[in-house]
Write a protein that binds this ligand. Structure first.
Ligand code: GDP
Ligand code: MG
Length: 437
């Protein structure tokens, strides 16, 4: 994928203290190839490398102390710029604010409608309403109701009605009458761009004049995503893009191209089927991710969100005093389990994405660890250094594991203690350095 290719392209420079002009040119050629492979439009890729080259020469890359790092930074900054400036939120100035979803069938509109409603609802002050305007498939209305139930958000539908414009309008009237601040209108899509679909979504758009029109697109569709975005933008002049299915082994090309072709910001990304798999799009983090540095900031943020703050404070004290023990390790594991799937999270750690590609990590892997820790005495948990051979044997027997597994766990524990110390600094940067990013 793109990350790996760019990784390779930049690898030459990363290690080197000195680089030559030929080296820069070679690297940029590789970068361009990687972009093309990821379905980035040819002209965009070419402009991209030309811009980086110009900036590199302007900054005298060749004479700086760590030219490799500077090049990485230049490529990253350029990628960031290409994908848009700062993250922009949705327009919630209306009363109620109407958000219209558009996009092809299967792009993830219904799922994202739910995620966005949940996201806004979690912001406490907002009371969203979901409106089901996919009149072609009865199952589509059911799907939105299921989603609404999951997140505790009301869904407005009118099963006998085959006019999506009328349903949308009735939904907005319902929202006004019932004190909803936000109305999210889910619409029907088709498998490919066609006139009928475009006419329908344009009519809804004209009739309800949404504060925000979002175009939802499956990131896995590569260059097609750009063509579809263009077709929808020509008709709707939408406000922002939602890039879904970025959890898979997705090429980054879509994110890079869409912004430059339709000149509309990517506002959100979808990273899974569950209702909390939504992230605000941050171009610079996406650039990091594409560059294989891992989305550390998101990782730390997600961790913070799920983390019991009181617990965290206690833990920090312990780490500072070198009192981090297996009980804490156990509660860490429980926290991690709360945060989402293991593979998801590890994938965000720099360099880990590649290593994990072929490994199937499931959360059952924790069961052994938990069994081992449960078989330890309180003393062994708080002071792991007392674990000698005979204690290990006893624990292995008690937990149905092996001494080897216990040794492995000890190693992991030591690594984790070290990492916790690094992360204490507050920023992910130290951690990135440690992981060789
Ligand atoms: P719609 O036809 O545009 O309404 O698309 P749906 O919301 O029904 O989504 C189509 C399929 O994609 C469903 O199976 C969703 O569970 C799945 N899906 C949607 N968003 C994501 C995502 O971010 N990641 C993954 N892995 N699957 C997604
Ligand atoms: Mg749908």
């Amino acid at each position: 994928n793109l990350s790996e290719k760019l990784d390779k392209a930049l690898h030459v420079l990363k290690g080197h203290g000195q680089i030559t002009e030929i080296n820069v040119a070679e690297t940029l050629k590789e970068v361009r190839r990687a972009l093309l492979d990821a379905d980035v439009n040819f002209k965009i890729a070419k402009d991209f490398t030309n811009n980086v080259k110009e900036k590199a020469l302007g900054q005298n890359v060749l004479t700086t102390l760590q030219p490799g790092q500077l090049m990485v930074k230049l490529v990253k900054d350029e990628l960031t710029e290409l994908m848009g400036g700062d993250a922009e939120g949705v327009n919630l100035s209306g009363n109620p604010s109407v958000i219209l979803m558009s996009g092809l069938q299967g792009s993830g509109k219904t799922t994202f409608s739910g995620k966005l409603a949940n996201f806004l609802k979690n912001k406490k002050t907002k009371k969203p309403l979901l409106v089901a305007c996919d009149v072609y498939r009865p199952a589509a209305v059911d799907q939105l109701h299921v989603v609404g139930e999951q997140i505790g958000v009301e869904v407005f539908s009118d099963r006998g009605n085959t006019n999506p414009v009328a349903i949308a309008q009735a939904g907005i009237a319902h929202a006004k009458a019932n004190g909803h601040h936000v109305v999210i209108v889910d619409t029907a899509g088709r498998l490919a761009v066609d006139e009928e679909m475009m006419n329908e979504i344009s009519e809804i758009h004209k009739a309800i004049k949404p504060e925000e029109t979002l175009f939802v697109v499956d990131a896995m569709t590569g260059q097609d995503a750009v063509n579809t975005a263009k077709a929808f933008n020509d008709r709707l002049d939408f406000d922002g893009v939602v890039l879904t299915k970025l959890d898979g082994d997705t090429r980054g090309g879509a994110a890079i191209s869409i912004k430059s072709v339709v000149n509309k910001p990517i506002k959100f990304i979808g990273t899974g089927e569950k209702m909390d798999a939504i992230d605000v799009f941050h171009p610079s983090r996406m650039a990091d991710r594409i560059l294989g540095m891992g989305d550390v900031v998101s990782l730390v943020e997600r961790a913070q969100e799920q983390y019991d703050e009181e617990e965290a404070r206690k833990l920090q004290k312990k780490i500072a005093k070198n009192q981090f023990g297996f009980d804490d390790f156990l509660s860490q594991i429980q926290q991690i389990k709360k945060m989402g799937s293991m593979k998801d999270l590890l994938g965000m750690i720099p360099g880990a994405g590649k290593a994990l590609k072929d490994v199937d990590i499931d959360d059952d892997a924790f069961k052994h660890i938990e069994a081992i820790i449960h078989s330890m005495t309180p003393e062994e948990r708080s002071t792991p250094s007392v674990l000698n051979a005979s204690r290990k044997k006893r624990i292995a027997k008690g937990s149905g594991t092996s001494v080897q597994e216990i040794n492995q766990l000890l190693k992991q524990f030591n690594q984790m203690s070290k990492m916790m110390k690094m992360m204490q600094g507050g920023s992910g940067r130290k951690m990135m350095q440690m992981m060789g990013g």
